[in-house]
Design a binder for this molecule. Structure first.
Ligand code: IMP
Ligand code: MG
Length: 177
């Protein structure tokens, strides 16, 4: 629920829709990773709620770890440079890795993450992203599980922020500028 004074936000994806989609994605992962114990790597900060909701729908065993990147600072447009702010703490070699992102926009972050993880020789590597901006260019691999494809809008809520604000909202909103 929004406060009355949050007039800059317009609901874009409801919490019910998100919950339904999260269940679907978890069901697929349950099937495709049956008998395996993947490591979910959440990309901080944006993916924390999505990751928490997905793994609570899983029937398989799993582990989690986090990687923190920064490319936006407090801006709405990517700086074009990805920096690592927190490295992984787990052993990747020989493991099934599932990277969990909040949103793929330019694709720079996932390209950076893919390179970083492949160096450590995982048994397999897949990507989940809650949101995928359709304008994405130059991704030469696919995002395996996508929550919603969205237009080129700046969105907040359900983990996503603008200048660190709005992550606690339980639906996704367009930020009117
Ligand atoms: P990319 O590297 O351009 O694909 O951007 C990925 C990261 O930028 C995401 O993990 C988000 O943290 C952030 N980001 C991109 N688009 C949005 C948006 O619409 N709202 C909030 N954060 C965004
Ligand atoms: Mg992010």
């Amino acid at each position: 629920m929004l406060r009355k004074d949050q007039k800059e936000l317009k609901e874009y994806i409801s919490k019910e829709k998100i919950a339904k989609r999260v269940k679907k994605i978890a069901q697929k992962i349950n099937k495709e990773y049956k008998g395996k114990k993947p490591i979910f790597i959440g990309i901080l900060n944006g993916s924390f709620l999505f990751l928490a909701d997905i793994i609570r729908e899983l029937k398989i065993d799993c582990e989690i770890d986090f990687l923190k990147l920064s490319s936006y600072g407090d801006e709405k447009i990517s700086s074009g440079k990805v920096k690592m702010l927190k490295d992984l703490n787990c052993e990747i070699e020989g493991r099934d890795i599932i990277v969990v992102e909040d949103i793929v926009d330019s694709g720079l972050s996932v390209i950076f993450i893919k390179k970083l993880i492949e160096i450590h020789k995982p048994a397999s590597l897949r990507f989940v992203s809650l949101l995928f901006k359709k304008n994405v260019s130059n991704l030469d691999f696919k995002i395996d599980y996508i929550g919603f494809e969205i237009d080129n809008k700046f969105v907040v809520g359900y983990g996503l922020d603008y200048a660190q604000k709005y992550r606690n909202l339980n639906a996704i909103y367009v930020l009117k500028s």
